[in-house]
Each structure stands twice: as structure tokens, then as C-alpha cells.
Ligand binder design. Structure first.
Ligand code: AMP
Ligand code: ZN
Length: 118
């Protein structure tokens, strides 16, 4: 999708601090972190939310979810942060707090801001 922020990040047209990437997906640091570790993971392909992704491409959804669990588990291990303990969440819909309409999962680990939006 031409006018999508996360499509642009996936294509490298907008810079991001990448922690994991492969041919199907990319995980980068959230620009406005709400926790000691706050990452955002996206499939490179554009789907508006996790419901659409699961409905339209279950194979990619399964790959994405399992890879996010793996990245979350690894990334929450460093800097004295408790090993393998993290939140994995999808804001789905504007009223619940989704602001970018390209499916993404947040990984939050370590100390989380008390007034975190996510
Ligand atoms: P959500 O509010 O669930 O739609 O999450 C979107 C997330 O993307 C927010 O936590 C933003 O801080 C984050 N975000 C927006 N723009 C960027 C960017 N250019 N690089 C990294 N993270 C971003
Ligand atoms: Zn997109």
C-alpha cells in the first residue's frame, strides 16, 4: 500500500531500528517506547489488522505469530530483564488504540510505563 507508514518501513523507505528481519517480516524498536523493551513486528505484506491477516493468509499469520514469540523470548533476555517474560499484543481497531492500520504486534518487556497506551 503506497500511503502506509509500516509498508514504507518494510521497504526501507523510512528508517527504523531493526532487531530482526527475514523475507516475510520485520521487527523494529518502537519510536515512542512504553517499556524498557518495546518492539513492533510487522509482516512485510499489507493487512489492516490481525483479524484480516488470519482470515486471508493463515500460513503467514502462523509464521508471524510464532516468530514474534521467538523474538520476544530472545529480546527480553538482555540487560537484566527477566528471561523470556514479555507481553505480545495487537491493538485491533481505532477505539482500542490502533493508530497504524498495517497489522503489527507489540512486544513489551521489563519495566512498563504505568500510563502506557499499549
Ligand atoms: P498502535 O498504536 O498499536 O497502532 O501502534 C503503533 C506504534 O507504532 C506506536 O507504538 C508508535 O509509537 C509506533 N510507531 C509509529 N511510527 C513509528 C516509526 N516511524 N518507527 C517506529 N515505531 C513507530
Ligand atoms: Zn502497510
Amino acid at each position: 500500500m503506497t500511503d502506509c507508514l509500516f509498508c514504507k518501513i518494510a521497504k526501507g523507505e523510512i528508517p527504523s531500528d531493526i532487531v530482526y528481519q527475514d523475507e516475510k517480516m520485520i521487527v523494529f524498536k518502537d519510536i515512542n517506547p512504553q517499556a524498557e523493551v518495546h518492539l513492533v513486528g510487522i509482516p512485510r505484506e499489507h493487512y489492516i489488522n490481525i483479524v484480516e491477516l488470519t482470515h486471508e493468509n493463515i500460513t503467514l499469520a502462523q509464521y508471524f505469530l510464532s516468530k514474534m514469540a521467538e523474538v520476544g523470548s530472545k529480546m527480553s533476555g538482555g540487560n537484566g530483564i527477566d528471561n523470556g517474560q514479555f507481553k505480545l499484543l495487537f491493538n485491533t481497531g481505532e477505539k482500542i488504540g490502533q493508530s497504524v492500520f498495517h497489522v503489527h504486534a507489540h512486544i513489551l518487556a521489563g519495566k512498563i510505563n504505568e500510563d502506557a497506551r499499549v
